[in-house]
Design a protein around this ligand. Structure first.
Ligand code: NAI
Length: 397
């Protein structure tokens, strides 16, 4: 199988190294940003390939072709993987669209919210033949140790949720990806569940808000702990955000009784299940964060200044998780007429930090909606535009 990976960061390196070790596949990388393609090639040339280093083993990829020119890597691919932050999905899809073959499988790891809407809009000329899938998260925590030649896998998820469109392709995609990634995948009913269930959209902006919404501009001597810095006020924000998602879920189930949103779990349930062995005291949501060993030592994103550290209010916890997470969910809430006062409070604060306008006069009608994946951005003004009219997305028919 010819596989093309899009991206030049940690996730793309991990994927390229792991897939590149499979004898049966030819792996290509599309890395158009900055001079990443050249640096990646240089890195591989200096050590005869790409090394993936785990705790207890390492694997060496076979030849990988890396290019900044999509025509050199994309044509003929059966599988295309976007291993990029969500804000780079649209421009990447636009660049590769002219070179995609009919029947190609295109997926994002992680998908974040609204990936299917974005991909279907960009790839609309291929709409009936492209198969889309999205993973809820990247299967690994990974970091490049030497650009182009070595990447470390710091942790591997036990299982990852995935959505496939059209769902008739699910069995084949799951079997192929499980074999390639060596990770158990849990297929969920639809992309809408993936959109609503993303926990990063709650945790990251919620904790950023909790840590910094009272910040008075005084630099910090050291970076505050991120997850372990969760106090009662932040935990209440997280509880409220999660409760609002559950209200949206209930309203959707009420209006569309056949829809399956069972994968949209409350945050507390998700964190207790995902980190069962790592949480020392699961008695409250706050304690699930502050006694969670997996989160130990992880710091808030900060920028150095001459006088100390200041919060990085453009970090991906806001620049990715707001327009490609919370704003998307807020857009669905608006369509189903669910009030979301906590989401609104967090989005108002975050959009100020980012210098963007999503919410305006209580509605998602700010100018920067055009750079988000809110349903309104795709012209969906009613839920029926993307739930009833496209039954393949949301049912097993
Ligand atoms: P990274 O920062 O290492 O790589 C980002 C890459 O995206 C760049 O190297 C570049 O090739 C590309 N890119 C395209 N357009 C860009 C733009 N406009 N600005 C910046 N970069 C642009 O990121 P990483 O670690 O590979 O993460 C990719 C995605 O996976 C992100 O959504 C991240 O949140 C997610 N993720 C990563 C994990 C990890 O351990 N690395 C774990 C869980 C999720």
């Amino acid at each position: 199988m010819k596989i093309t990976i899009c991206g030049g960061g940690n996730a793309a390196h991990a994927l390229a190294g792991i897939l590149g070790a499979h004898e049966a596949h030819q792996v290509y990388v599309y890395a158009p940003f900055s001079d990443e393609a050249r640096r990646w090639q240089q890195g591989m040339d200096s050590h005869g390939g790409l090394l993936v280093v785990y705790d207890n083993k390492s694997i060496h990829s076979r030849t990988i072709v890396v290019s900044a020119d999509p025509i050199k890597v994309v044509p003929g691919s059966q599988l295309v993987l976007l291993a990029l932050p969500a804000f780079a999905h649209e421009q990447t899809l636009q660049a590769i669209a002219p070179f995609l073959d009919e029947g190609v499988w295109v997926g994002a790891l992680p998908a974040r919210s609204g990936f299917d809407w974005c991909a279907r809009e960009v790839l609309r000329e291929l709409d009936n033949s492209v198969v889309l899938f999205g993973l809820q998260t990247l299967p690994w925590a990974c970091r490049i140790t030497h650009y182009g030649r070595e990447v470390s896998i710091l942790g591997t998820k036990k299982q990852v949720d995935l959505a496939v469109w059209p769902s008739i392709q699910e069995t084949e995609i799951v079997a192929t990806l499980e074999d390639l990634l060596d990770i158990p995948l849990n297929p969920i009913a639809n992309f809408l569940s993936l959109t609503l269930a993303g926990t990063g959209q709650l945790i990251h902006p919620g904790i950023m808000f909790g840590l910094f919404h009272h910040w008075d501009g005084t630099p910090y001597p050291t970076a505050p702990l991120f997850y372990h810095g969760t106090n009662d006020e932040t935990a209440n924000i997280l509880e409220s955000l999660s409760a609002e998602v559950q209200t949206i879920r209930a309203a959707l189930e009420n209006q569309f009784p056949t829809i399956d949103l069972s994968a949209v779990h409350p945050l507390g349930e998700w964190v207790r299940r995902s980190y069962a062995k790592d949480i020392m005291d699961p008695s409250s949501l706050r304690n699930c964060f502050v006694t969670n060993r997996s989160y130990a030592g992880l710091k808030a994103p900060m920028q150095p200044t001459d006088d100390g550290l200041v919060p990085d209010l453009h970090a991906r916890y806001l620049s990715e998780d707001i327009p490609f997470g919370l704003v998307v969910t807020r857009g669905i809430a608006e369509l189903i007429s669910v009030n979301t006062p906590t989401m609104d409070k967090v989005i108002h604060w975050a959009q100020k930090c980012l210098g963007k306008k999503f919410l305006k006069a209580g509605k998602l009608q700010g100018q920067d909606i055009a750079n988000s994946r809110a349903p309104q951005r795709y012209g969906y003004q009613q839920l029926s535009h993307f739930i009833v009219d496209q039954p393949l997305v949301y049912s097993e028919t």
